[in-house]
Ligand binder design. Structure first.
Ligand code: NAD
Length: 323
């Protein structure tokens, strides 16, 4: 136990969107007496949605209200780099206000997808303020279904073994099934996440292009997908999340690309990937091109659709050309 004298772990959860609203209730699922969860989002409706799912979650009206609790852990699940930085500026200054003189250690876990430098800057801020507090990055893979079913993969970056063990045992294992220490340095979780999504963005676009080509040349998409699935084209985008409507049930492509992981979120991640690469003078040949393709799909009106809609974009481009 991190802060021994406490009967229950106090957890602050900030950001209750598609992912956070599904993750926070899982903390209380196994043993609702072990935790007190204090949750906040800028949108009241998202707080309500979360407390409806799990009535034991305490709704908070501000980050201030969370930090007044002197939490053992703060989890953030936020959309952009800018917002993550703003939220942690507030969290750190409130820790200083309410918790600096106390013995309570606060372990912060940022599960948002941002660039590695964002969390490294937050770590520096905490060090400068000399607070009894730490931060680790733990971005996720597994999407909304993984968040709902507590089967997420967490990719963690930290050099603090004690805090990692605390987070793994008490927090992350309640919301996910695979917790991987990606490196003993803050930011390494984000490096793993961004590299994963670079492959994912490219593989989804590649599978989509091939399925459009094959079907336009006369093949049945189910047969073609079956062949991919047992041949060298085999990958997650073929066998678990096929982008061709009707090939698989219960995936976004079979419900007009609703739900899932939006084109605009993939675009955000590819922007982070390419800027992380540019920082080391690496111009990603595939990464830059695939970012441009998702940008075009977004401008084509598909930004809010699942990223498998890149197939729909390719199809429509071809159909417009053939008119
Ligand atoms: P989302 O936009 O649905 O949720 C973000 C939430 O943060 C919203 O509810 C928003 O109101 C809230 N918010 C914004 N500013 C805030 C502030 N200042 N204080 C408190 N709350 C604030 O996004 P999401 O889909 O839940 O994704 C969250 C993060 O997880 C993103 O970084 C995303 O890239 C990553 N991610 C998402 C998925 C997915 O499938 N949706 C998968 C893996 C990773």
């Amino acid at each position: 136990m991190l802060n021994q004298h406490r009967e229950k772990l106090r957890i602050g959860f900030i950001g209750l969107g598609q992912m956070g609203a599904r993750m926070a209730p899982n903390l209380l699922k196994a043993d609702s007496n072990a935790y007190e969860v204090f949750a906040y989002d800028v949108m009241d409706s998202n707080i309500e949605m979360t407390t409806k799912k799990q009535s034991k979650i305490n709704a908070c009206k501000s980050i201030d209200q969370i930090m007044q609790q002197n939490p053992d852990c703060v989890i953030t699940m936020l959309p952009t780099t800018k917002i993550v930085t703003q939220v942690y500026d507030e969290v750190v200054s409130l820790k200083k206000k309410y918790g600096a003189s106390e013995k309570i250690r606060t372990v912060c876990i940022d599960s948002s997808t941002v660039d590695p430098k964002t969390v490294q800057d937050i770590e520096q801020l905490i060090k400068r303020e000399q607070l009894n507090m730490s931060v680790m990055d733990a971005p996720v893979s597994g999407g909304v279904n993984g968040a709902e079913n507590a089967t997420l993969t967490f990719m963690v970056g930290t050099d603090n073994k004690v805090d990692f063990e605390f987070a793994q045992k008490n927090i992350l294992s309640k919301m996910g099934k695979s917790i991987v220490l990606c490196g003993e340095k803050v930011g390494m979780g984000q490096v793993a996440k961004l590299c994963n999504n670079l492959v994912l963005g490219i593989s989804m676009a590649g599978v989509s292009e091939a399925l459009v080509l094959g079907t336009k040349l006369g093949m049945d998409p189910k047969v073609l997908s079956q062949i991919f699935g047992t041949s060298t084209a085999q990958c997650w985008s073929v066998t678990a999340y096929n982008p061709f409507p009707g090939v698989m049930e219960n995936v976004p492509s079979s419900r007009n690309y609703e739900g899932g992981f939006a084109v605009n979120l993939m675009l955000k991640d590819l922007g982070l990937v390419n800027s992380a690469a540019k920082n080391i003078d690496y111009d990603l040949a595939m990464g830059q091109h695939v970012q441009e393709l998702y940008k075009q799909a977004s401008e084509h009106g598909l930004g809010g659709k699942d990223f498998g809609a890149i197939l729909k974009y390719f199809q429509e481009q071809l159909e417009n050309k053939q008119k």
